[in-house]
Design a protein around this ligand. Structure first.
Ligand code: SAH
Length: 214
């Protein structure tokens, strides 16, 4: 597909700017990442539509708007460190990387972790992908300036806030009703206190315990 840049431009305009995302660095990152290379060849034509898409193992690449919105909420400056929980296709990680962040990403399904790692490497996105479900034995110590959870969380896990650097931000789709979540942004101020705000309603695949495969 040679015309992907115009498809990306249109996606940004019609799906993302239209819904109120204004951060120019986020919009630029969303224009620059070749989303069609994060889905199966058979789905490439659909890669830019306003929807999540299947990536195998019953998982999905998130809807473009949701990726942009969560990235905007993280409020990243270049050079900051980010931990993602739920690598999936690696697309969100690539967008964070395009924002100039140093990205570590955890994925509980070995085959997805492997294919995302290979894809990100091949495209020149420097992301550390770890086969991990976030349990104490397999998670990185931090601290991180940002933590982004890209699967539906039944509850806030304490360690997510625990690895935040002072001034750090956590973005997580937290369950607020059966089958539905709402984005929570938690900022840790320089005194170590949390400031929580609620944002978009959304629907993610579930955050699960235990590593699979490998
Ligand atoms: N960010 C991804 C989409 C994520 S879909 C993208 O841009 O493509 C959610 C992913 O989270 C799935 O791949 C799922 O396997 C993974 N996941 C679910 N629970 C997890 C956990 N406890 N730790 C790490 N990954 C998890």
């Amino acid at each position: 597909m040679t015309q992907w840049r115009s498809l990306a431009e249109r996606m940004v305009r019609e799906q993302i700017v239209a819904r109120g995302v204004r951060s120019e660095s986020v919009l630029e990152a969303m224009r620059s990442v070749p989303r069609h290379l994060f889905v199966d060849e058979a789905l490439r034509e659909s890669a830019w539509i306003d929807s999540p898409l299947p990536i195998g193992e019953d998982q999905t690449i998130s809807q473009p708007y949701m990726v942009a919105r969560m990235t905007e909420l993280l409020g990243l400056a270049r050079g900051e460190t980010v931990l993602e929980i739920g690598t999936g296709s690696g697309y969100q990680a690539a967008v964070l990387c395009a924002m100039g962040a140093k990205v570590t990403s955890l994925e509980r399904i070995a085959s997805l972790a492997d294919s995302a790692r290979e894809r990100l490497d091949g495209l020149g996105f420097d992301v550390r992908v770890i086969w991990s479900d976030g349990s104490p034995e397999s998670r990185p110590a931090g601290p991180f300036d940002g933590v982004i959870v890209t699967a539906a969380a039944p509850e806030l896990e304490e360690w997510w806030s625990g690895v935040l650097a002072p001034g750090g931000r956590l973005v997580v789709p937290l369950s607020v009703m059966p089958g539905g979540q709402r984005l929570l942004l938690r900022k840790m101020n320089l005194r170590g206190e949390y400031e929580d705000t609620w944002h978009d309603y959304c629907r993610f695949v579930p955050l699960l315990k235990g590593r699979k495969g490998g």
